[in-house]
Ligand binder design. Sequence first.
Ligand code: ADP
Ligand code: MG
Length: 448
Amino acid sequence: MNDYSQIWQTALIEIQSLVSPANYSTWVKTTKIVREEEGIVFLGVPNEFTREWLFKKCHNSILRILRQLNERVRALEYVVMREDEQRSDEARKKAISTSTIAMPLQDFYINKEDNLNPRYTFDNFVIGPFNELAHAAAAMVVKNPGQVYNPLFVYGGTGRGKTHLIQAVGNKIKSLFPNKKVYYLTAERFGSDLFDALQTSKAQQFKEKYRKYDILIMDDVQFFSSKEKFQEELFHIFNTFHDTARQLVFSSDRHPNIIPDLEDRIRSRFNAGMIIDIAELDKESRMAIIRTKCGPHNITLTEEIIDYLATEIEDNIREIEGIVNIVAHQTIHKNKDLNLNDIKNILKNNAKPKKMLSSKEIVKTVCNFYNIDEDSIYNKTRKKEVVKPRQVIMYILREDFSLSFPSIGDKLGGRDHTTVIHSYEKIKEDIKSNSLLLQEITQLRTML
Ligand code: ADP
Ligand code: MG
């Protein structure tokens, strides 16, 4: 997905047919794709209003159109471009800041052959007590692929660096052993490829494909939970790789023994190699990461500010990066170093109190996503375009927010808890086979 402008030009033609000419020239024409990362397309918009309008009115359509043009696309996010970035691509390339929005495209270039993102390396991987064992095991695997720790299984909470580490393994092996064929993919991608292969009677090709690789790296394998068909294919891959001493690397958000609905034979294969966790970040490590992340932005923060940030942002390197990006933007924008108060304001404005999200906010996000009226969720309508979003809301409230079935029923217009259970079960079942629905829910989760 390198030629963004081409893809966007094609998408624009389709979008043009969906909105009025006035809206098109006000809101749509002024946008462009600024980058893509792991299937997330970042659409550059000139200002907040445009972002708001596009998100409310066209988000789903644009996402659908992009997906049709490139099956890798999973999600769509918006970034507000600075003026110099809007003028021309040339100007954008020369932009002084190297922060997220202005990152040169090649930094986000994902190799089509192996899906690896070259930005994940050992060189920019900070090591601390929380990840040193995982790092050491990964380094061993790099030196002796297929010979020690096979499979290598890395697990830990979100934003702790699992993807970074396992991709760094792939990138490093590639450079040390140019003859070895490396392949990275998420378990979800594996599932949807398999699903497509089965639909089009290409199961054999699917199997063949994996025989080609020397190192297979699969991210987020907790996704295999209760997906029997996928587990079966994975089992065959295990055997092929094991018999020929080829390296497998996995990540998961939890230890394989607590991934629900996983066949014993899969669990025991995961357990046969090295299982290692990336633990919670300690404060020193958080501080080290903040310092490192400031580097590319050419900003230096005082120890007081670093200490403050490390205390406030507790357990997620992705969040640390996000905040450092904002700090860097504001520093450039204001043309002066920020003080502690500025930093406090940034944190206040960017706080994401996920656990405190009300069900109303969730309803709102889901309704925006599906372009339907919020009221319809609470009333009795059985229209198809409302039933599905309503079921998705119930599913998310149960699955991600652990609300009880009766309380979900109460919150959504006084529905009986058996209806809620039915809806929850239905979505849970549907996402096993409907990869589009699964993508929608994955995308929604990132928006909550
Ligand atoms: P996970 O897969 O565990 O959710 P990621 O690997 O996606 O986490 O990491 C989130 C972000 O933090 C990425 O941008 C990654 O480059 C960065 N990151 C993670 N671990 C480290 C580390 N040890 N040093 C520097 N950056 C890191
Ligand atoms: Mg990850």
